[in-house]
Design a binder for this molecule. Structure first.
Ligand code: ZN
Length: 248
């Protein structure tokens, strides 16, 4: 795919009025071809350094950050609605919103030998997931479908959703949730292929501001292994996705 131009947007929100000074660079196709990978924020693969220790120190650090956020708005700390808020929000981050950092797929997954030598495509869909975008810390929510074709091993169906959740409960990009989930399944199960579709996904950062964007939703497809080579197989999964459940 070749676009005529690529935009590289760098947020530089330092003027304090909420509008921000955005430096927008429009590259021609030629420039884009010769551009370093750093010219596209999304193309750079940063090392993932996030951790969840759950230690009292980490809890305290998050609590303090929330306190400072509210304090920057000069909230009235005598108002009982705020008294416990830093503790509550810190607990929510550690227990739910960023809890995936403390979990590893390999600790939660048991694989079974594929004794019947099944070559059938397995798909679980309509799995609701929640995340927070790493750009705005705004909620992301939507549905996931995960399909795989086994080779020598199988895994319990509920585990597909578990792996997804481990990656969703982090500061995320929708694309990365799909990629990390697919890669984890490839590494744990060595299947013939994996496909992860995240659909009807709404991003709070879009829906809560732009008038025209408020009803948009985003779909991402991530495929690995045999799905990568076989477009017909991919379409089959997509057609399965549109099948309504009986009675719904
Ligand atoms: Zn966002």
């Amino acid at each position: 795919m070749k676009n005529n131009e690529f935009r590289s947007v760098n947020g530089n929100n330092t003027n304090g009025n909420g509008n921000g000074n955005y430096r927008i660079r429009v590259l021609s196709a030629d420039e884009a071809e010769n551009a370093s990978i750093d010219d596209f924020g999304h193309a750079v693969d940063y090392e993932q350094t996030e951790i969840l220790t759950g230690s009292p120190e980490q809890h305290e650090a998050v609590e303090e950050a929330i306190f400072n956020l509210l304090d920057a708005f000069n909230v009235n700390w005598d108002d009982p609605n705020y008294t416990e808020t830093p503790q509550r929000v810190a607990k929510a981050y550690l227990d739910y919103w960023a809890s995936g950092y403390g979990r590893k797929p390999e600790d939660e997954i048991t694989v079974f030998p594929n004794s019947s030598n099944s070559k059938d495509l397995v798909m679980v869909k309509d799995m609701k997931f929640y995340s927070l975008c790493s750009h705005h810390l705004a909620p992301i929510e939507g549905y996931a479908a995960i399909a795989y074709i086994p080779d020598k091993q199988l895994l319990g169906l509920s585990k597909l959703g578990r792996i997804l959740e481990i990656y969703a409960r982090r500061f995320q990009l929708q694309e990365r949730i799909g990629q990390q989930t697919a890669d984890a399944l490839m590494n744990l199960l060595y299947p013939k292929g994996v496909m992860v579709i995240l659909y009807n996904v709404t991003h709070g950062c879009m829906s809560s501001r732009g008038v025209k964007l408020h009803e948009s939703n985003t779909t991402t497809y991530t495929y690995r292994g045999i799905f990568d080579e076989d477009p017909a197989l991919r379409s089959e999964v997509v057609s399965l996705l549109s099948l309504r459940n009986p009675g719904s």
